[in-house]
Design a binder for this molecule. Sequence first.
Ligand SMILES: Nc1ncnc2c1ncn2[C@@H]1O[C@H](COP(=O)(O)OP(=O)(O)O)[C@@H](O)[C@H]1O
Ligand SMILES: [Mg+2]
Length: 239
Amino acid sequence: MLSGALLTIDGLCVAYDGSCALNGVSLQIHKGELICVVGANGAGKTSLIRSISGIVRSSSGVIKMNGVDITGMPPWEICERGIAQVAEGRQIFGSLSVEENLLLGGTLKRAKAGQSETLDFVYQLFEKLRERRGQLAGTLSGGEQQMLAIGRAIMSKPEVVMFDEPSIGLSPALTDVMFRVVKSLHEQGATVLLVEQNVAKSLALANRGYVLENGSIVLHGSSDELLDNPEIQRAYLGL
Ligand SMILES: Nc1ncnc2c1ncn2[C@@H]1O[C@H](COP(=O)(O)OP(=O)(O)O)[C@@H](O)[C@H]1O
Ligand SMILES: [Mg+2]
């Protein structure tokens, strides 16, 4: 389990103005896995994603991608090394068209070759985006904006895609669509780190899960083990 991981996080700490948001988080993701990190609001999920992508600086700990220490590298360099994130709240460029947003995701060196094929792949995944490719992104519905954010991440040809609560703010029906999209991306070979408050739905999808509480991993195991765990059932599944 320990050797040969694609992404390894060891003892990661993040603090904001001296207050600790992540307190020694360790986890590994192997190539082709779909893992989830579940936790309540404020547990530290976004801090975890943002420290992996280099947006937030960690105070200690090591993050390795393909065996290379990427801790403290700038976000663009981390993207070049194959880690893409679909941010919470989507963060698309509302005054640019759908296609312009997608092409921005493909400007990395690693993604330049075959950009039009990747664009075609995104349009196959999301027919809605193809239909609306000339439309201003700010005028898309919430669900379509989330698809655009995912499409933009795919445009960077990532090895690992990190999702920060992709279902947040979506209707139950669109939430199901979103989880199906994550699943189909994984089935097509992507390695996925899914961070979610929706414990039942994300464990149903993932191979393994980690439970984050107040900045610490308190439990981890296969999704089946976690779903069967009485503490998880009581605290997160309302059983
Ligand atoms: N930029 C920030 N400045 C100060 N505190 C922050 C900042 N971002 C997050 N926090 C705090 O860190 C903790 C973890 O937040 P976050 O990582 O956003 O959790 P989650 O995504 O699980 O809701 C919370 O207590 C939150 O208030
Ligand atoms: Mg968050």
